[in-house]
Design a protein around this ligand. Sequence first.
Ligand code: COA
Ligand code: ZN
Length: 303
Amino acid sequence: MDLPKKVEIIEVGPRDGLQNEADFIPTEKKIELINALNKTGIRRMEATSFVHPVYVPQMKDAKEVLEGMEQDPSIQYMALIPNEKGYERAIENGVRALSLVVGASDSFNLKNVKMTREESINKFNSVVEKAKENGIFLRYNIATSFWCPYEGKVDSELVLDMVKRIDRSGVDEIVICDTIGKANPAQVFDLFSRIFEELQPQAMITAHFHDTYGLAQANVVAALQTGVTRFDTSIGGLGGCPFALGAAGNVATEDVVFMLHEMGIDTGIDLFSLHSCIEVVKPLTNRDLTGHYHKINVNQPQM
Ligand code: COA
Ligand code: ZN
């Protein structure tokens, strides 16, 4: 199998992982989780989001989280923003790396940020310009790149066109998101192959999978086959979007790291230290963790 030697894991647990939890998680617990993740070898992380506190109350303490957490200078901390107001709030709070989000499907985007896809893209054009002038790192998430919870299958031509337009705007990274976790490996292979045909091979393309149907790890392998070397994952497999009902959590960080290491691929992450993060995450949710690796007793020899 043709595989890369190294893969980058981008931890989205503190944002995507926690945003869907119904009960408010105390700020100090969010900080404890980020501080634990800081010690694992993870080098990039979505720490929070600057969204409307009424629509996503779990993220209302973005400012306090950023102020309270230990900021390791070797780690890039990103905040998700849905619009210009989010940009202003993030910059005021010292954020230097932003995650923009637009849904490929109009129905999802309207539910998520109350704008059509084109309205969002147009609004973000000025954000991108401003951010570039200020030397801010930009990742651009294309949500519902495969399936929409309201419209069904999303046209890959449409996604490809978005990728090309977003790439031309000069952002640093484009994230292809299976927001509802319904993509299959063949779909993943086809879309990423086509993206790499269109863009320069050095383009920063990241895959973001949720595990609703248990296909996320298979999708990671399919994406690896096309040349993807960056994956968003969430500690403990927490996650989901409040505006994509029924979607399960992100693929679990520890499961992906375990699989990649078993395949001889370096992630720079210490698998053992992810356990202490899982211990922090477990009591924060009423749900069972969806990942697998956390069930293994690491103190017993594994044959
Ligand atoms: N953060 C905080 N407040 C915001 C905001 C932001 N990013 N964007 C807008 N607001 C405020 C405005 O200042 C305005 O306040 P006012 O009534 O005191 O004047 C009010 O919200 C309405 O502004 P408007 O632009 O009309 O927002 P909206 O009601 O259409 O909501 C979003 C749009 C994008 C703010 C909202 O849908 C949202 O926060 N979505 C986030 C979705 C999300 O996080 N999804 C999961 C991750 S993909
Ligand atoms: Zn997601």
